[in-house]
Design a binder for this molecule. Structure first.
Ligand code: NAP
Length: 357
């Protein structure tokens, strides 16, 4: 049905029976009625079909859909949208408390394609700029440099959160893979270990990681490049619910169906390629819509994209070896995108994946 017609019906329902729905219990019946009307027409949430639920919430003053985001703040200009149930994704504290109980920063440094001294220097720059989350992987070949930079920084180990990943080629012998990561990083324990991709023996590898959680050498577990179908198959086979899923997310590839699914499980979503990945960054950073929003807030396009992620409950790990960019990428907490600005960026989704996995 045409969105305008639905809107008019909702307004009629709102104004005709005002005395009815103001009485005790009436508002519940009223909400239920609205919900039934919208459900019949398969209108569930803004993110899935572009229905202007936010406007309705503003007018009605309450939510009418079962799966409406829990922590949207419609009373101020900002628009925070995420689906976590018991996870505190705290933009004031710049951190999230994971389902494992550990606390992780909301912004970090990605280190894909950073190697040797470039990587070492980038990590030092990031730590100097206040970054306390570093993402690496066996596949990046830089765990030793990252461990060395962390030790050389003299920042207390417990203040830094390190994520590494084991690769599908390692899943046949996960114990050796985990031992190698511990040895290369050489920072005592690993804050979080991910399976880099689904692959044969991924359950076996995950169960080995679970043993290291019991021994305290790994604190939290997660997955990377797992989508709805993969999660449905994987989760019943393991004992520890992953604390995080790391997937490709940027304005041209938004995963608006996957993010709510993962967040509803109280699994934190982390996005890779926030700027589209090397080779694609200029197309995204020079996008007219993003540039205009950046001008409105006197910030850079990169900062707008990172902030858009945060307001969707997505942790960011932009990659950079440029100290100025690294610092700029941390300055994303002093401005807020409005509901309309979030919508404008949401409208840029092209389902355009920039890597094969
Ligand atoms: N799990 C997975 O399968 C997977 C896959 C890919 C990536 N990742 C993770 O996600 C991280 C992020 O992805 P990525 O590093 O490949 O790509 P990205 O973050 O989308 O883009 C990195 C590019 O953006 C530029 N950049 C960074 N900050 C900027 C700023 N403020 N202004 C302008 N340009 C800026 C960087 O150049 P400069 O160096 O000049 O700043 C670099 O060329 C990776 O490092 C990795 O940790 C995970």
């Amino acid at each position: 049905m045409n969105k305008k017609i639905i809107f008019v019906i909702l307004l009629l329902i709102l104004f005709i029976p005002i005395p009815f729905h103001l009485k005790d219990g009436g508002s519940i019946k009223f909400k239920a009625l609205l919900y039934e009307i919208t459900k019949v027409h398969k209108i569930n949430s803004y993110s899935q079909n572009g229905f202007d639920e936010g406007l309705i919430v503003k007018i009605l003053g309450f939510k009418i859909f079962d799966n409406v985001k829990e922590n949207r703040d419609m009373n101020s200009d900002n628009f925070i949208s995420s689906n976590y149930k018991n996870i505190s994704f705290d933009l004031d504290k710049k951190q999230v408390t994971l389902n494992s109980g550990y606390v992780m920063p909301l912004n970090g440094l990605g280190t894909y394609s950073l190697t040797e001294d470039t990587c070492y220097q980038a990590v030092l720059s990031a730590l100097k700029a206040g970054v306390r989350l570093i993402d690496t992987a066996y596949m990046y070949g830089n765990e030793e440099e990252i461990g060395r930079a962390i030790k050389d920084s003299n920042i207390p180990r417990e203040e830094i959160f390190v994520i590494t990943k084991i690769y599908p080629t390692q899943y046949d012998d996960p114990k050796s893979a985990i031992e190698m990561a511990l040895k290369k990083l050489d920072i005592g324990y690993i804050d979080m270990m991910l399976l880099h991709h689904p692959g044969s023996n991924d359950v076996l590898a995950y169960k080995e990681m679970e043993k290291y959680v019991s021994s305290g050498q790994i604190h939290s577990l997660g997955l990377s490049n797992w989508y709805v179908k993969e999660l449905k198959e994987f989760l019943p086979q393991v004992n520890i619910v992953p604390a995080l899923v790391q997937n490709e997310i940027h304005p041209f590839y938004q995963e608006n169906d996957v993010i709510p699914y993962i967040q509803n499980l109280d699994i934190v979503v982390q996005g890779w390629y926030p700027f589209g990945g090397r080779g694609y960054t200029s197309e995204l950073l020079n996008n007219e819509t993003i540039l205009k929003i950046a001008q409105n807030h006197h910030v850079s396009s990169a900062q707008v994209i990172l902030r858009w992620n945060l307001q969707k409950g997505v942790v960011v790990i932009p990659g950079s070896s440029n100290p100025e960019h690294i610092k700029e990428n941390t300055e994303i907490y002093d401005f807020e995108l409005s509901y309309e600005e979030m919508q404008q960026i949401n409208a840029l989704d092209k389902g355009e994946k920039h890597d094969w996995y």
